[in-house]
Design a protein around this ligand. Structure first.
Ligand SMILES: [Mg+2]
Length: 309
């Protein structure tokens, strides 16, 4: 069973309230705390667990950075501004005290840079070390960027370069907060999400929400040096690593086709970070087509990271 099927089952009959703008199914939940509020509130939580999201030997500061970075990446994907976080910490026993102090130093460093306050949390004992971060953010009322706004003809973009994250980037990535805010504020994006499990798994999620399909171009994929490195060792093509490795924590988003050229010029004026058009949204609902380097078109076979396989 895949994560998608499990989650679909879990969220089928959740209790709601009239002040929930967007419940489960996007990068963050969106709620409206007052009818006259100028901002909508974003909610997100995420765990990082030893042996799953980081190895025992990973530097604890980097683990702290990753734990907060993951939720900030989701807030970025809504075009939002992060405000406050609480942190739950699971340790094996008192020997982990020093590890915890270092992990908190990593959390605090990124929090300071992102203008986020760490306002509490809880600790518990458990079989493995874990950090759970719950974040609250905001976005001007009614402007949260959802996954559901893509339409046929939209251009499909990713920030940065993809693949090979396990070689180190998964512990050091920068959540794309400035980019996400800018994309929302200037009205460029029609749909957006962050890449946690790889384009191969995450793009179908965006397309499902938007009831659309897409065609990806192999030649356009921004492949990271790390992905090329892994590819030269394991013999799998680098583009498969770019689509399937996961933990890129880049932004995947769509822009109206007619505005694509203007968008690309504006991006280059504003950011040094690379941003690449990797394909186009189509009417073929649910279908991801892949155009290889020779121009052959077929269904995309590469899937991203699956948590439960
Ligand atoms: Mg996400």
């Amino acid at each position: 069973m895949t994560e998608n099927t499990i989650v679909a089952r879990l969220i089928r009959n959740l209790p709601g309230r009239p002040d929930v703008v967007m419940g489960a199914g996007d990068d963050c939940a969106v709620v409206r705390t007052a009818r006259t509020a100028r901002y909508d509130t974003l909610l997100k939580s995420d765990p990082v667990i030893e042996g799953v999201h980081f190895e025992k030997a990973a530097p604890p500061r980097a683990v702290g950075h990753k734990a907060l970075g993951r939720v900030l990446s989701d807030i970025a994907a809504m075009g939002g501004e992060p405000l406050w976080v609480v942190v739950d910490l699971v340790l094996r026993d008192a020997r982990d005290a020093r590890w915890a102090t270092e992990a908190y130093a990593g959390l605090a460093r990124l929090a300071r840079r992102a203008g986020v306050a760490i306002v509490g949390g809880d600790t518990s004992r458990g079989p493995a070390r874990e950090l759970h971060v719950f974040a609250v953010g905001r976005v001007p009322r009614g402007t949260a960027v959802l996954r559901s706004g893509a339409r046929a003809g939209d251009a499909l973009y990713v920030t940065g370069r993809l693949g090979g994250s396990l070689a180190g980037r998964h512990l050091r990535f920068e959540p794309r907060l400035n980019e996400g805010t800018w994309l929302r504020k200037h009205g460029w994006v029609t749909a957006m999400m962050d890449l946690s499990d790889g384009v191969g798994t995450d793009l179908p999620r965006l397309l499902t929400a938007s009831r659309a399909g897409a065609r990806l171009e192999q030649a356009a994929l921004p492949i990271s040096a790390a992905a090329r490195g892994v590819s030269s060792r394991d013999g799998r093509p680098a583009w498969q690593h770019a689509l399937g490795d996961g933990e890129d924590f880049e932004l995947l988003f769509t822009v109206r086709g007619a505005r694509a050229a203007a968008f690309e010029r504006a991006w280059r004026r504003r950011f040094r970070l690379t941003c690449n058009r990797i394909g186009t949204v189509t009417t073929r609902r649910g279908a991801v087509e892949f155009e290889d380097q020779y121009g052959n078109v077929g269904p995309l076979a590469t899937r991203g990271y699956e948590h439960f396989v």
